[in-house]
Design a protein around this ligand. Structure first.
Ligand code: HEC
Ligand code: HEC
Length: 194
């Protein structure tokens, strides 16, 4: 009896939910089938950039302070292991300039993981990071990298010539035009934190 009631109730909830979704979706509906290769067979083969580092062109940032996409080939540079991280050979702040690569930003040398909001404020992290930057730029060593930032390809990804099944109409808004090419996160990290 109790079970029957429960089933009845969940059915009613499901119906309500479906009705709600239908109402919210009435307009431009993208079906599941349009979004996937489900009934279209296997996806076509894609190719990643073969351009060696130093010969590619930086890609536009997806949005303000988005992790930049990797424009060059990463053949032979992965996997990243504890002993060997080839990315550092060109992207560590101490060498980046001479390699023509973008240096890793100050945020990558600060361990935010265990810092609670309260602690962050106490440490005046905002000022701290900026002050830290000068020292970082030339002196940071592999051990100074925050552990969460060591595995670069967890956040930075190469791009393939895959055609999106559904066009993406998202257009990023950059508050500062220079943010189209450089991240400013270390400067506005504390934005909105009171
Ligand atoms: C031999 C030097 C070299 C190595 C090794 C290297 N890069 Fe690069 N990287 C560059 C250069 C130079 C650029 C600028 C674009 C270009 O000229 O190809 C760049 C660009 C980038 C960018 C875009 C930066 C921006 O401002 O848009 C990212 C992200 C990146 N690399 C990540 C990586 C990762 C992750 C690895 C390791 C898997 C790596 N790179 C290994 C030299 C290198
Ligand atoms: C946890 C995700 C994450 C990991 C791991 C990570 N990054 Fe980033 N990276 C970001 C984000 C987000 C930004 C943009 C915001 C910022 O400055 O922190 C960024 C920005 C950058 C930039 C652009 C700096 C600029 O001035 O515009 C470079 C270069 C870069 N990362 C290189 C690396 C390299 C090399 C590694 C590995 C040693 C790495 N990142 C690991 C998330 C990550």
């Amino acid at each position: 009896m109790y079970l029957k009631k429960l089933i009845g109730m969940s059915a009613a909830v499901a119906l309500l939910f479906a009705a709600g979704c239908a109402a919210a979706n009435s307009g431009n509906v993208v079906t599941e089938d349009q979004l996937s290769y489900g009934s279209k067979g296997t996806p076509p083969k894609v190719e990643y950039s073969k351009a060696a580092p130093g010969t590619s062109k930086r890609l536009p940032r997806s949005y303000e302070n988005a992790p930049p996409l990797i424009p060059h080939s990463i053949d032979g540079l992965v996997p990243i292991t504890l002993k060997n991280n080839a990315c550092l050979g060109c992207h560590m702040p101490s060498v980046a300039k001479s390699m023509g690569a973008t240096p890793m930003p100050p945020t990558h040398f600060k361990d935010f993981f265990f810092a609670t909001k309260k602690k962050l404020i106490k440490q005046k992290l905002y000022e701290d990071v900026i002050a830290y930057k000068a020292r970082l730029t030339l002196m940071a060593k592999k051990e100074d990298i925050a552990p969460q930032r060591y595995n670069c390809v967890q956040c930075h990804v190469p791009q393939a010539n895959a055609k999106p099944l559904v066009a993406n109409t998202f257009k990023p808004d950059f508050r500062d035009p220079s943010a189209k090419h450089h991240s400013k996160l270390y400067k506005n990290l504390m934005e909105g934190v009171k």
